[in-house]
Design a protein around this ligand. Structure first.
Ligand code: ADP
Ligand code: MG
Length: 234
């Protein structure tokens, strides 16, 4: 791709959960990620698959700098993330990374439009955010629902609002952790269509975690998380 640059470079990433944390017997520790390597260029897509409990969310949270590895190096846009303060990481996340989770995490008392604008409150583009929010909501078929609250929306509509919220600040990287997990087959297919269409239009890199191999394959590069590492599939 023209003008692509290395967005994510992870080398030797390990993550261990220490003794005494949830479900781990005293005196032992669990190594969820084990010297994992992962690279992604700007504008690329990757899908992560693997059985429940294999560490997909742990990996995605480290990718999104919501969590830190026990060891290994993670460079984002050629910056060593281990050298950044909590405030610098928060700014990086807000500017460069959008998140969509299995459950939408929308604010119940806010309208669709207000929810979408939350990440823009602290962004440099706050002035243009409202126009972009309305445009994106229109593009995901929700122009007529901008004043609806999450409780008035279907599961698929709520996830579409969550996707728009994730994209409001024009992130370089969109992370989606089982975004179709709460939807039926048709809703899941429609959400995957939407993510791919927005990827083509907006050009952001996308990493999606999914249980569904058919959805994963649509994102081109499929990686399986197994024994703490990622390996390419066919
Ligand atoms: P997945 O998303 O693939 O289902 P997770 O990344 O959520 O897997 O979890 C991987 C493993 O790490 C699981 O065995 C889980 O119990 C464990 N784990 C996740 N988070 C923590 C934590 N905060 N403390 C202790 N163990 C954890
Ligand atoms: Mg998970």
């Amino acid at each position: 791709m023209n003008g692509a640059y290395p967005l994510v470079e992870m080398k030797g990433i390990s993550k261990e959960y220490p003794t005494g944390s949830a479900g781990i017997p005293a005196g032992s520790c669990v190594r969820v990620l084990d010297t994992l390597d992962f690279s992604l260029n700007s504008g690329e897509c990757a899908a992560i698959i693997g059985p429940s409990g294999c560490g997909k969310s742990t990996f995605l949270n480290i990718l999104g700098t919501l969590d830190t590895p026990t060891s290994g190096s993670y460079r984002f846009k050629d910056r060593d993330t281990s050298g950044l303060s909590a405030n610098e990481l928060a700014a990086l996340r807000n500017r460069d990374i959008g998140f969509v989770f299995q459950l939408h995490h929308l604010l119940p008392q806010c309208t669709a439009l207000e929810n979408v604008l939350v990440p823009a409150l602290v962004s440099a583009h706050a002035d243009e955010a409202r126009a972009r929010a309305e445009d994106l909501l229109d593009r995901v078929g929700l122009a007529h629902r901008i004043d609806a609250r999450p409780g008035q929306l279907s599961g698929g509509e709520r996830q579409r609002v969550a996707v728009v919220r994730a994209l409001i600040n024009r992130p370089a990287l969109l992370l989606a952790d089982e975004p179709t997990g709460s939807l039926n087959q048709e809703g899941a297919d429609l959400l995957a269509d939407l993510l791919l269409e927005l990827h083509r239009q907006e050009g952001m890199a996308v990493v999606i975690v999914t249980h569904a191999p058919a959805i994963a394959e649509r994102f081109g590069r499929v990686l399986e998380l197994s024994d703490g590492r990622l390996a390419g599939r066919g």
